[in-house]
Design a protein around this ligand. Sequence first.
Ligand code: J2J
Length: 550
Amino acid sequence: MTETQRTWSRAESARYRAAGHWQGLTFGARLRQAGADHGARVALVDGDRRWTYADLDAEADRVAHGLRGLGVVRGDRVVVQLPNRAEFVLVWFGLQRIGAVPVHAMPGHRRREIGHLVRVSGAVACVVPDRHAGFDHRELMREVRAELGPEGSPRTVVVVGDPGPDGGFVPFDALRATPPSAPDDAQESGTGDDGGADPADVALLLLSGGTTGLPKLIPRTHDDYAYNARACAEVCALDAGTVYLAVLPIGFNFTFACPGVLGTLMAGGTVVVAPDPSPQTAFALVEREGVTLTSLTPPLVTHWVDEAAAGSWDLDSLKVVQVGGARLPEEHARVLGPALGATVQQVFGMAEGLINLTRLDDPDDLVRTTQGRPVSPDDEILVVDADGRPVPDGTPGELLTRGPYTLRGYYRAGEHDRTAFTPDGHYRTGDVVRRLPTGHLVVVGRIKDQINRGGEKIAAVEVEEQLLTHPAITAAALVGVPDEQRGERTVAFVVCDGEAPGVREVAAHLGERGLAGYKAPDEVVRVAGLPLTAVGKVDKAALARQLLRS
Ligand code: J2J
């Protein structure tokens, strides 16, 4: 593909460098430096396994050596679909050491999503667990290979755990078994830290929440992503004493870099991975490891509050609990802090870039009722009406943004970029916000056709397209409606020829089509026809009202 990737202009790049936001270091080089600076400190904890910074640095070399042996070179894309295990971090830094590019997949992704990620990124390899949450990822990779064919399939599949009997997969343990010979070829040529990557290169690809049939990839550079993590780390006052607990999926931008895993490692702190998001698992780790910071999505909040009240946990070490990804009800924001004995921080972020945080010393009412303000002084914020004209503070409008860590174009998606950005490079978030005179933003709605199911983003069109492949469904609209637990749940309104399929049958059908399970509608409602707006679009608001009335 010859299409050029849209990025920051030379002048903007120079400005971000001069301001000190972009430090001109790759992640591979940063880890080498951290290995030297904090060698004996514990960097990573997974169950009984622990890695110091020196261990992590050496482990990245081993993983890189193994991957190089499989032919992975600088610039190659590698889809990483691993759950909350230390191996995510080891593989990630192993790739950085080569200058290769991890593509962050979610554990719940299935044939359709993984196949799409491989296709769009042109990935040469995938790294998956053997099994996770009762699901066999080796089987998934066999399906992906069958669907993409020998030409389109990743050359290599690395399995963390048991690769199974058929011999087609590379076991991670074998990959990392041989230490690189010293001096490694790459070391000699001076590219040993990062494969010779440039700090302005794409360091990783994140998946967008999506508003179209096929989710887009978000290119994040070393310079911009390190700044993302560091700016968040500064607001959260991270230091070498920070112990961060990764509760949400580790590949999620929130967990990984806001400040999360990367912010903590850049501060010399310790990252602890939680194998599941239950408060029992998390609280046991808080007690054992002295966790100081963690991050949650709103649906977890009530479980955590209940368990904190019911159990006799010592949560004294916990200082800050971040909540983001979806709207946090004010009442939950109010009870969370006292229940855990920690400061609550609201987080309104996006994989595309912009991160808003309430500050640790913000007055209570701002923490309860706003979603924070931008982390960088150079984040540019516009709140505009339907004609793109700025509205006064306090008036709702669409949030547009531009800045030192917000993308200027999706990965290989020039056509989509024309509508996703303004001509002067602002990203159209699709979120409707009110800005307060303090700069804090309140998220009041959304104009994008996306459903936010407790932090999980679902592009309505993607599901609708798949619903139409069911033989009985002739028209379909996926709509988000208010839900006590998740904030929103999904309802599929379907027009049918013959008998309407039930919710189970629809889920099974979408599963067969290879769609991630969380995208299956929570409810299926048969309608005689879909109402249209004046301009001939499906009137989703009318459908939602119809359901709430019945
Ligand atoms: C309402 N809506 C929110 C909030 C995100 C940190 C935190 C979250 C994400 C994330 C992230 C919201 N209240 N507090 O990447 O680093 C909705 C908005 C936004 C979209 C982005 C991070 N916090 N949202 O959720 O890329 O609609 O990132 O545009 O998954 O989530 O989704 P995503």
